[in-house]
Design a protein around this ligand. Structure first.
Ligand code: HQG
Length: 176
């Protein structure tokens, strides 16, 4: 199917499932779920087309429920919803990709979640360079997840291996 159209639908799905479900007349259930039938109705696409958008998505941003009747965005939400992730134990070291121009503020305030529910971290340094590049000249920060955990901070992991936490205080950050 047409790659451009798929991308366009995927962007609209991110907007609906993360930020403005009511723009499509939908409401997110706890966990961030909506009925697939409702979503494809709102998007005016077939189930087969949705399957294609979900399976080919470069970052695997969406997931189906086990019974394949519901769909959600795995992370990145700004709308108020409890994704019901269970706390998980992260690897000792995680990375965060950002832009050089944010460093001064990050040194002072740590990593803040901004409009999103969480700060996004990963074990994948390369991917974090790409994430940082979205904002300018990229820089990858090392996050001492082991110490954060010992100090009582909580972490969550999504099905596409993004690690989430509410805030990373400056003392856990190292500029690599
Ligand atoms: C930065 C995309 C100043 C933070 C990506 C980031 C990711 C600060 C920007 C996912 C700061 C927020 C998340 C502070 C953090 N002062 N700047 N104290 N603390 N920042 O887009 O992490 O395509 O909300 O470093 O690929 O870039 O949407 O977060 O540069 O996986 O699926 O403020 O979103 O995925 O930007 O990206 P964002 P992010 P999707």
């Amino acid at each position: 199917m047409n790659a451009e159209k798929i991308k366009q639908i995927s962007k609209r799905m991110s907007y609906i499932l993360r930020h403005k479900p009511d723009s499509a007349g939908l409401t997110l259930a706890p966990g961030g779920w909506v009925a697939i039938d409702d979503l494809i109705g709102a998007l005016k696409i077939s189930r087969e087309y949705l399957d294609e958008v979900v399976s080919t998505n470069d970052k695997q941003r969406f997931e189906y429920s086990e019974d394949a009747t519901k769909i959600r965005a795995r992370q990145g939400h700004s709308t108020a919803v409890d994704l019901q992730y269970e706390a998980a134990t992260p690897p000792d070291l995680l990375f965060h990709g950002t832009a050089v121009r944010f460093l001064e503020s990050i040194r002072e305030n740590g990593l803040i979640r901004g409009k999103r529910h969480h700060v996004h971290l990963s074990v994948d340094r390369e991917m974090m360079i790409a994430v940082g590049s979205r904002h300018g000249k990229p820089v990858v920060l090392e996050v001492n997840a082991k110490q954060m955990l010992m100090d009582g901070n909580q972490f969550y992991v999504t099905g596409n291996h993004v690690w989430l936490t509410e805030h990373v205080a400056p003392q856990y950050i190292r500029e690599s």
